[in-house]
Design a protein around this ligand. Structure first.
Ligand SMILES: NC(=O)c1ccc[n+]([C@@H]2O[C@H](COP(=O)([O-])OP(=O)(O)OC[C@H]3O[C@@H](n4cnc5c(N)ncnc54)[C@H](OP(=O)(O)O)[C@@H]3O)[C@@H](O)[C@H]2O)c1
Length: 374
């Protein structure tokens, strides 16, 4: 097929900043974008007219160079996006994709986190080009907003909780950062395997949504007087577990919260290191490395609790062993098709509002997903 595509717009990161907040203020702009020219594309390529792009934590980290691999500026952010097929190359099987199909894109195989030629096409744009291998049909009941909040979040939740944490029905899991996009996915996945979920967060309003999304119990971690830091929440967790402590911890927050958590885990618990949202500047900005020791855990408590501390990097583990991916995607899609799993998106912005969207994510205003509509 061939229809002339009108010009569009894209968000451009012109250089790395010291921090995402500085990048948003100084180094990210909206610019005109010519539609991709089919004459310059490969036979297995697909042009996507983007309808929704997820604003993810990793998109933010990348703007200050803090991610294990990323494009060099200038580049367009947007690891995960969903939209409509606008053009397909001559070798694309129409059973896999044809013009007009509602699709979402696998961020492992296209976009800024992918490796290779498609890295330059991010989702914060009117159009992107992706290889047919990266194109997945949107589940019929899903919106575009849900499509671009599926794989990254739920693959992370599944990899951490199930592949690494071996979470089982009847066990109790403590989920820190439960209002976040991967944290809320972890709440959903933990409930789907039959675990009991204690979800934590700093805001009562956001925790009310997390509870409505399935958490069995919610616990606030902030100080009652609003001062910075983490309150002594170990007593709440012990009370909720009859003094036993939790069997598994999903820690996407790090810092003080991790230290307090070591006081309320069961003997032999599995402690999943998922991320460090509370200490995001562990690597220096502008793409330099050299992370200071931001998240140190005391070995005496690990020892006395018989703790298994499990680093749980989804992307790196999958790059080391690509065979681990099929099982988790298979399980996630089974839940989606059964109507048991639906990503939650709290914030939607137009493309021109990219600064507000990125700041909303960076300052923790969001529950679940935050998206841009190009
Ligand atoms: N292991 C993996 O494979 C993997 C994959 C993706 C992401 N990650 C990492 O996991 C972490 C969470 O990612 P995400 O996408 O879920 O992020 P997110 O959507 O921004 O959520 C992070 C949550 O952390 C909580 N939080 C607590 N203290 C915070 C603080 N001082 N500053 C900011 N947030 C704080 C916030 O909840 P409240 O406001 O309710 O407290 C927020 O909702 C990040 O470090 C990310 O890099 C890991």
């Amino acid at each position: 097929m061939s229809r002339t595509l009108p010009a569009g717009r894209r968000i451009v990161v012109s250089e790395f900043a010291e921090s995402p907040a500085e990048a948003i203020e100084k180094f990210i702009s909206i610019q005109p974008m010519a539609a991709p020219d089919p004459a310059e594309l490969g036979a297995g390529d697909v042009i996507v007219e983007i309808k929704s792009a997820s604003v993810g934590w990793v998109d933010l980290l990348m703007t200050s160079g803090q991610y294990q691999h990323m494009p060099s500026p200038p580049y367009t952010p947007g690891l995960e996006y969903a939209g409509i097929v606008a053009w397909t190359g001559s070798a694309v099987d129409p059973k896999r994709a044809r013009a007009g199909d509602r699709i979402y894109v696998d961020g492992f195989l296209a976009g800024p986190r992918s490796v290779g030629g498609y890295q330059s096409y991010g989702g914060f744009a009117t159009y992107a080009v992706a290889p047919i291998e990266a194109i997945r049909q949107l589940p019929k009941t899903f919106s575009f907003d849900q499509g671009c909040n599926l794989l990254g979040n739920y693959e992370t939740a599944w990899h951490c909780l199930i592949a690494r944490g071996q979470l089982k029905a009847g066990e109790t899991v403590l989920i820190h950062g439960a209002s976040g996009s991967t944290g809320l996915a972890a709440v959903h996945v933990a409930k789907l395997v039959g675990a009991r979920v204690i979800a934590t967060g700093r805001s009562a309003d956001k925790l009310a949504i997390v509870e409505a999304q399935g958490a069995d119990h919610v616990v606030r971690t902030g100080n009652p007087d609003g001062s910075p830091g983490v309150r002594r929440f170990r007593d709440d967790i012990k009370a909720l577990t009859n003094g036993h402590g939790v069997d598994v911890v999903y820690d996407g927050v790090g810092g003080d919260i991790s230290l307090e958590t070591l006081r309320c885990v069961a003997f032999g618990a599995r402690y999943l290191i998922v991320g460090w949202a509370a200490t995001p500047d562990v690597a220096r900005g502008k793409g330099q490395r050299g992370a200071p020791n931001a998240n140190m855990l005391p070995t005496n408590l690990m020892m006395m609790k018989g703790l298994s501390v499990l680093g749980s990097p989804t992307v790196l583990s999958t790059l080391h062993d690509p065979s681990i991916r099929a099982q988790r995607i298979g399980q996630i899609m089974e839940w989606v098709e059964a109507g048991k799993l639906r990503p939650y998106v709290s914030h939607v912005f137009e493309l021109s509002e990219f600064k507000r969207a990125m700041m909303a994510k960076w300052t923790g205003a969001v529950v679940g997903g935050c998206v841009l509509h190009p």
